[in-house]
Design a protein around this ligand. Structure first.
Ligand SMILES: NC(=O)c1ccc[n+]([C@@H]2O[C@H](COP(=O)([O-])OP(=O)(O)OC[C@H]3O[C@@H](n4cnc5c(N)ncnc54)[C@H](OP(=O)(O)O)[C@@H]3O)[C@@H](O)[C@H]2O)c1
Length: 437
């Protein structure tokens, strides 16, 4: 029997206690499979007195995660504190510098400091594993790092934030306004008291930054991702999209284009028949297009104590087996600087909602502006909204346009001209249509 693997677990909250429960319930199985024990040797949290849903009897208690990170008794530092600075960053850096393997679920930390941490891990020849940082229980990091290592990835995309998907699904199924569903999500604990991070698309952007690096061999750079959240989606948009045969989803998408990698998080219209359109509630989903494998689609729980602990444990098991590889597949010295695709060149169809003054000539002016920019329209419909939220004032009409293939730049120029004409009573809504299967 090999020597036990000694863990130091910092953070005993949702994920930390889930991990302790998992390791306790699977102890014998893991020992047999790995030929060695996995022991929780030391733990750390803010409050020693707080009741916990898992036992850590026999483990040494630390008040300071940095001290735990460098303790000679541990082989692996498991960071489950959270946050992109402070205790999480200091302890992970200290652990790597002390030659400890690190397992973390912290997407915010990796999206901001991933490259520097990867360099540190490689310098000390230790693992920096982060399966739980993207899409919770879905093993997408492993998929990209290992199973698809020989494929050229063309595109990676998916539903990366359960809170947004819960809100959009509920708005769709119950014809409710965004603000009402957000309130319910907060009451149910699916959304934070300050929901900006989720609904603004920033949490999904952190995850997409990691997927982009793994898929395209680029240095992690969250600042290059174009981010738009779901806060401006109205119940009327969801109904109009449905009548056109689409669902609205917040997608993170990174794809190789001739001018660089385009990575963005934004609401999109997805055909109702597409598998992603059926992913409902807090569930996550990630699709990967590879040149040899084709398209793979993973669907599963994107958060929660048990699914996230499952992902953390898989990283620990890899270390117990002696598997150490560069954190972002390629050695960090050979990661390419992120070359962002030229904005606005994306070709596709768009959904546009306009609140138009209900006066003669307004529609003609809109179609003229579109024609000026060579934007051809597949349909133009004036709608009676069933909803008040996001609806237009009484003297205005809601007009829904669907364009043929065009570039974002052309649409934006046409919309700018329409706004300048002064015939709108509110800001235009523009959503990409992604013809996914
Ligand atoms: N929750 C999920 O479903 C989920 C899914 C995927 C990824 N993640 C990631 O997993 C990480 C942990 O999330 P979580 O939901 O488990 O968070 P959580 O429930 O808030 O737990 C955080 C833990 O960290 C401890 N802590 C906070 N500051 C500390 C400090 N300065 N020193 C020592 N301990 C400190 C807290 O101690 P006390 O308990 O004493 O306050 C608590 O035990 C985050 O990076 C998160 O993004 C979470």
């Amino acid at each position: 029997m090999k020597a036990p693997l000694h863990l130091g677990v910092a953070g005993l909250g949702t994920v930390g206690t889930g991990l302790l429960q998992l390791l306790a319930s699977r102890r014998e199985h893991l020992e047999q499979a790995l030929g060695r024990q996995i022991r929780v040797t030391a733990v750390c949290a803010r409050s020693r007195a707080k009741p916990r849903a898992a036992s850590f009897d026999g483990a040494i208690w630390f008040d300071d995660p940095v001290k735990l990170a460098v303790d000679p008794a541990i082989d692996v530092f498991v960071e489950l504190i959270g946050g992109d600075e402070g205790a999480a960053r200091a302890s992970v850096e200290a652990a790597l510098a002390a030659g400890k393997h690190v397992v973390t679920a912290n997407k915010a930390l990796l999206a901001k400091h991933g490259l520097a941490l990867a360099r540190l891990a490689e310098k000390h020849n230790v693992a920096l594993n982060f399966e739980a940082a993207v899409a919770g229980g879905i093993p997408v990091i492993k998929m990209l790092r290992e199973a698809l290592a020989a494929n050229e990835v063309r595109r990676v995309y998916g539903i990366l934030n359960g809170t947004c998907n819960f809100i959009l699904t509920k708005m769709q199924n119950e014809h409710l306004a965004f603000a009402d569903v957000l309130k319910e999500a907060q009451e149910k604990g699916y959304a934070e008291a300050d929901p900006t991070f989720d609904i603004g698309g920033f949490d999904a952007a952190h995850k997409l930054a990691l997927l982009t690096s793994l898929a395209f061999g680029t240095a992690v750079d969250c600042s290059q991702i174009r981010v738009e959240g779901i806060e401006n989606i109205t119940a009327g948009d969801i109904d109009a999209a449905s009548d056109l045969g689409y669902r609205i989803k917040l997608l993170g998408m990174a794809e190789q284009t001739p001018t660089g990698v385009e990575a963005r998080v934004n609401p999109v219209l997805v055909p109702k028949g597409a598998t992603l359109a059926e992913v409902a509630g807090v569930t996550n989903s990630v699709a990967i297009d590879g040149d040899f494998v084709g398209t793979l689609l993973l669907v599963g729980p994107g958060a929660g104590s048990k699914p996230t602990a499952s992902a953390v444990a898989s990283d620990i098991v890899d270390i117990a087996r002696g598997l150490v590889m560069p954190p972002f597949v390629h050695p960090s010295a050979s990661l390419k600087p992120y070359k962002r695709a030229e904005a606005g060149l994306h070709q596709g169809s768009f959904y546009i909602r306009l609140a138009v003054e209900d006066r003669p000539g307004a529609m003609a002016a809109i179609t003229r502006r579109m024609a000026d920019e060579s934007v051809s329209l597949e349909s133009i419909v004036q709608r009676q909204s069933r909803h008040q939220a996001g609806a237009t004032p009484p003297a205005a009409a809601t007009v829904i346009l669907v364009t043929h293939e065009t570039t974002e730049d052309q649409i934006r120029r046409a919309l700018d001209a329409i706004v300048r004409d002064g015939k709108l009573t509110g800001k235009p809504q523009m959503i990409r249509i992604e013809e996914l299967e």
